[in-house]
Design a protein around this ligand. Structure first.
Ligand SMILES: CC(C)(COP(=O)(O)OP(=O)(O)OC[C@H]1O[C@@H](n2cnc3c(N)ncnc32)[C@H](O)[C@@H]1OP(=O)(O)O)[C@@H](O)C(=O)NCCC(=O)NCCS
Length: 156
């Protein structure tokens, strides 16, 4: 595998991001996102670009939610790159972008509690997040009675 570059996403990355999210959503690990949604929110994304691979092998989005609050969404590291620190680097880069934007609270809704705990996040009651957070949930088949994702927050 060639050198790996963590960079902002560009428009050519969208099909690969869509593919990564579809694969992981089929495993029940995160929510899929439509092409329309990805094009609209492309500027949220960082990707892992491996120089001699045709497609990117990881992605992570920082989505602004509200005053002083952003969300880490759509985090995936391809199986071939797992457990080599790339997930952490994607999260750290997204947190750094939050700081640059003047946002000091970043949350996520996740099943990967241990991973996020190792990256400075702590569990928080969902009722402590603004109602706007749950707008996305309306489209989830697990909403409202079967939601098993854990809300976690990082104070920067
Ligand atoms: C979760 C995920 C992003 C982690 O990426 P990664 O590149 O393998 O993680 P890293 O190598 O950066 O790991 C950082 C730390 O977290 C730990 N870690 C990683 N995945 C873990 C897991 N599933 N459970 C417990 N600890 C985990 C690592 O051991 C490492 O700990 P250390 O610092 O003590 O060595 C990746 O496994 C993935 O894409 N999973 C499928 C999609 C998914 O669940 N995304 C999250 C949606 S919110």
């Amino acid at each position: 595998m060639g050198p790996i570059c963590l960079r902002k996403a560009n428009i050519q990355d969208v099909p690969a991001i869509h593919g990564l999210l579809m694969q992981n959503s089929q495993l029940g690990l995160l929510l899929p996102r439509s092409y329309s949604d990805l094009y609209s929110h492309l500027r949220d994304f960082f990707v892992l670009d491996v120089s001699n691979e045709k497609a990117i092998l990881g992605c992570c989005a920082l989505s602004i939610t509200w005053k002083n609050l952003a969300e880490i969404r759509s985090l995936v590291v391809a199986t071939s790159l797992e457990r080599q620190g790339w997930g952490r680097r994607l999260v750290e880069t997204s947190l750094s972008e939050a700081l640059t934007l003047g946002i000091y609270r970043v949350f996520t809704l996740t099943y990967q509690i241990n991973f996020f705990a190792k990256n400075g996040f702590e569990e928080v009651g969902k009722e402590n997040l603004p109602q706007k957070v749950w707008a996305e949930c309306l489209h989830c088949p697990k909403y409202p009675d079967c939601c098993d994702e854990v809300a976690m927050i990082h104070h920067l």
